[in-house]
Design a protein around this ligand. Structure first.
Ligand SMILES: [Mg+2]
Length: 250
C-alpha cells in the first residue's frame, strides 16, 4: 500500500459493496455495511483524488446503506446510475430504454420460480437469488436464461445469483476507466465475477503507466478468476475494511 500512502491525492480507489464493504448474507436485501464504513468512506474521500463505490446494487440502495459520504461517488447498477462526488444523480440514457423489458422479465420471474428463490427488482435490472434454495439453482438459471432470450436482456452470473440487465456497454470496468483515467495510482477492491471487468480496467490503466493495486476480498466461495487477478488477497470484509482504515490513516 506504500504507493497509495505517498501519493494519496493522485489516487483513485474503487470499492465493491457486497462481500467487500458488507458481509454476504442470506437475505439479499439485508446486506449492511460493517460498522463505521460510511465514516471511513468520507475519510477516504477527503484523502484520495477519487473514491467510488461501484456495485450491482441500485444507487438508491447504496445511498440507503451508506448515505452520501462527501466527495464519494456511488455507482449503482454497474454505473448505469450514479450519484457523483458532487451529489448529483445521473442515469444511462441507453439503459433507460430497457426499463419496460426489465419490468416484463421481472413479472415473468416472479410468476415462475420455486419457493425460496428470490427475485430482486432493481429498476433497470433484476436479480434472481438461490442462496436460500440451492437445489433450485438449475431451475432458476433456466428461468433467467429464458427471460433473457425473450426480452433481449443479458444475463450476468453472480454468487448464487444471476442478473438480467440491459445490453448496454456498462460494467464496473467502464466506471473504472471513466473515473480512474489520468490518476497516477489506481486501486480496486472486489470479491466477485462482476468485479473482474473492474480489475481488468485497473490493469489496463497500469499498462498505460499508472501504479495499480488490485485487492481480492476472499472467502470460501471466491471465484478463481477474481483471486488470479489480485496483487493482494484479504480474507472477507473485516480484513478489507481494516486495510481501508490503514489507507485512510496514511
Ligand atoms: Mg461483491
Amino acid at each position: 500500500m506504500a504507493p497509495l500512502r505517498d501519493r494519496a491525492a493522485e489516487a483513485a480507489l474503487f470499492l465493491d459493496y457486497d462481500g467487500t464493504l458488507a458481509p454476504i448474507v442470506a437475505d439479499p436485501v439485508g446486506a449492511r455495511p460493517l460498522l463505521g464504513v460510511p465514516e471511513l468512506l468520507a475519510a477516504l474521500g477527503d484523502r484520495l483524488g477519487v473514491v467510488a463505490v461501484v456495485s450491482g446494487r441500485p444507487v438508491a440502495y447504496l445511498e440507503g446503506a451508506l448515505g452520501r459520504p462527501p466527495r464519494v461517488h456511488l455507482a449503482g447498477l454497474y454505473g448505469m446510475e450514479e450519484i457523483g462526488g458532487d451529489g448529483r444523480l445521473r442515469r444511462d440514457a441507453a439503459a433507460e430504454e430497457w426499463r419496460d423489458a426489465v419490468g416484463d422479465a421481472t413479472a415473468s420471474l416472479l410468476r415462475g420460480l420455486p419457493p425460496g428463490v428470490e427475485v430482486e427488482p432493481k429498476g433497470l435490472a433484476v436479480t434472481v437469488h438461490w442462496r436460500r434454495a440451492p437445489r433450485a439453482a438449475a431451475t432458476a438459471r433456466a428461468a433467467a436464461a429464458a427471460a433473457a432470450a425473450r426480452t433481449g436482456l443479458v444475463a450476468q452470473p453472480g454468487r448464487m445469483s444471476i442478473e438480467l440487465r440491459p445490453p448496454v456497454p456498462a460494467d464496473k470496468g467502464t466506471v473504472v476507466l471513466r473515473l480512474g483515467t489520468g490518476h497516477a495510482v489506481v486501486g480496486c477492491f472486489g470479491d466477485d465475477v462482476g468485479d473482474v471487468p473492474a480489475f481488468d480496467a485497473v490493469s489496463a490503466l497500469g499498462r498505460a503507466g499508472a501504479t495499480t493495486v488490485i485487492v481480492a476480498v476472499a472467502d470460501l466461495e471466491s471465484p478463481p478468476e477474481v483471486i488470479a487477478r489480485a496483487d493482494v488477497v484479504v480474507q472477507g470484509p473485516v480484513e478489507a475494511v481494516a486495510l481501508l482504515r490503514a489507507i485512510a490513516a496514511g
